[in-house]
Ligand binder design. Structure first.
Ligand SMILES: C[S@@+](CC[C@H](N)C(=O)[O-])C[C@H]1O[C@@H](n2cnc3c(N)ncnc32)[C@H](O)[C@@H]1O
Length: 210
């Protein structure tokens, strides 16, 4: 008998959450990406996987002149991202797709992935996709909860299962062949909207493609 897919693996689960609450993950950019943004040359093409409402891409467009592509399987999240892009008068492409099966034909100068919750067997495909869609010399910036979050002195936020959190060793191994790959476990105070606020155990990675 096959196991039914988990709710949070379905776009409908996320559509309901985005409909119920505005700015689910805040309007400010992801703090880690904002801190590392100077690595990406001005006016670059940047893609975000599981982009949500596009908060980080829109900030990059406004502050660094980047052209963003927001990929998410939630139509609600992308509709908000497109509306904000219009309000801010910045370019933004939205792609409604499941990153587990999305196979674009082109490459970008940089890719972002922040707090995307995939299962272990799905993440190998995510890392392959990231390596494929970023040009040589381009950047991949990623942040996820790490499993220690469930058992340490942290606030209750993020996924409620360890298998949707990412061990640092896994990210290190996935990008070991790249030009640069720094992957660190960090204990941080997140202040990124109502669902991402508090003391958290995360893993952060900065990868430059070979
Ligand atoms: C925790 S939210 C983070 C959103 C955004 N990265 C941010 O930091 O604000 C996770 C996002 O990933 C999207 N998502 C989850 N699984 C996905 C999949 N398989 N394909 C595309 N999007 C997915 C959800 O719709 C949701 O917008």
């Amino acid at each position: 008998m096959s196991t039914p897919p988990r709710a949070s693996s379905q776009p409908g689960f996320w559509d309901v959450r985005y409909e119920r609450e505005d700015h689910l993950f805040g309007t400010a950019p992801n703090a880690f990406v904002a801190a590392e943004a100077s690595r990406i040359s001005p006016n670059s093409d940047v893609v975000a996987l599981g982009a949500g409402e596009g908060r980080t891409l829109l900030w990059l467009a406004r502050t660094h002149g980047h052209r963003g592509t927001a990929v998410d399987f939630s139509g609600r999240a992308l509709a908000t991202a497109a509306r904000w892009a219009q309000e801010y008068e910045v370019p933004l492409d939205t792609v409604r797709a499941d990153v587990r099966t999305w196979r674009p034909e082109r490459r970008w100068d940089a890719a972002l992935v922040t707090f995307l919750q995939l299962l272990p067997e799905e993440r190998a495909g995510l890392y392959r996709l990231l390596r494929r869609i970023v040009r040589p010399g381009g950047w991949i910036l990623g942040e996820w909860f790490r499993p220690a979050h469930l058992h340490g002195p942290y606030d209750r936020l993020g996924p409620n299962r360890a298998d949707r959190m990412v061990p640092p060793t896994e990210v290190r191994a996935a990008f070991a062949q790249e030009q640069q790959a720094r992957c660190t476990a960090a204990d941080v105070n997140l202040r990124e909207g109502p669902r991402l606020k508090g003391h958290a155990a995360v893993v952060r990675s900065i990868v430059q493609r070979a």
